[in-house]
Design a protein around this ligand. Structure first.
Ligand SMILES: NC(=O)c1ccc[n+]([C@@H]2O[C@H](COP(=O)([O-])OP(=O)(O)OC[C@H]3O[C@@H](n4cnc5c(N)ncnc54)[C@H](OP(=O)(O)O)[C@@H]3O)[C@@H](O)[C@H]2O)c1
Length: 231
């Protein structure tokens, strides 16, 4: 999804700073982005679990970006998360603590500059805790609430915050899962939706709008009924 978002921004003329673990291995992605869209593309080593490195990471960028997108995430297995505390903690740090930490730092830099857009890729899994996915979902719920608060804080400071709730997307994370076609987006759809949301100043987007309805229904099932369902 991250690469598709990068392509969508590059196609709209934005220079790209790609941050990842093992960033040097993204050299072919870098070349492809630069050749296809004619924009500058740089690679930056980044581990969302290494909060001590966040300051050095931001200071090492060629320029403070106009738009920063946090796409990092990790789903793992719910059954394993229920039994293994370390695994559950890794999930929470990767989906909530880390992304919130790096966006908090960028938020302060953007606020000082008086401009910029922060984008957080969260999940509909954060809209309500469900038996089959609540460890991942609770971390995303935390991230969604964090983004909401950040947006509220920075609304009058020239800094905009977009929350992206992708629904199902065909990526490495969902490989092997039998996903319903109508509810499943392609990464390129997410890329286009994110660029549009940034350009139009949207606050919260469900990439496929049907997910808004699905989650509105799930959120409104009364708890006595909900606890008897296995969703
Ligand atoms: N696919 C879906 O259906 C779906 C639905 C809703 C939300 N999402 C969210 O969308 C985002 C993108 O997911 P995806 O579907 O594109 O899955 P993905 O291909 O597994 O992407 C997750 C990315 O996070 C990176 N990452 C994990 N731990 C990291 C760390 N400690 N430091 C830096 N990077 C790290 C991974 O990098 P490595 O290559 O180094 O592991 C990978 O590039 C995630 O936040 C995910 O939770 C996905």
């Amino acid at each position: 999804m991250g690469q598709a978002i990068a392509h969508a921004f590059a196609a709209a003329g934005h220079p790209i700073q790609l941050a990842a673990r093992g960033a040097a291995g993204l050299d072919t992605v870098q070349t492809d982005l630069a050749l296809r869209h004619g924009v500058d593309v740089t690679l930056h080593e980044f581990d969302v679990l290494d909060s001590n490195g966040f300051g050095g990471f931001v200071d090492g960028l060629p320029a403070l970006p106009g738009v920063a997108v946090s796409v990092v995430g990790y789903m793992g297995e719910q059954a394993e998360n229920e039994q293994d505390q370390a695994q559950a903690a890794l999930m929470m740090r990767t989906n909530f603590e880390g992304p919130a930490g790096i966006l908090a730092l960028l938020a302060n830099r953007f606020e000082a500059r008086g401009s910029g857009t922060l984008v957080g890729v969260s999940s509909v899994a954060g809209d309500r805790g469900r038996a089959t996915n609540y460890v991942y979902g609770s971390a995303k719920a935390g991230f969604t609430a964090f983004l909401s608060g950040l947006r509220n804080r920075l609304a009058k400071k020239g800094v905009h915050v977009v929350t992206v709730l992708p629904g199902f997307v065909n990526t490495a994370m969902t490989e092997g899962l039998d996903l319903p076609e109508k509810l499943t987006a392609e990464p390129s759809e997410v890329g286009a939706a994110v660029v549009k949301a940034v350009q139009k100043g949207r606050n919260v987007i469900y990439v496929r709008r049907i997910w808004w309805l699905v989650m509105a229904i799930i959120r409104n099932i009364p708890e006595p009924v909900f606890k008897k369902l296995k969703l």
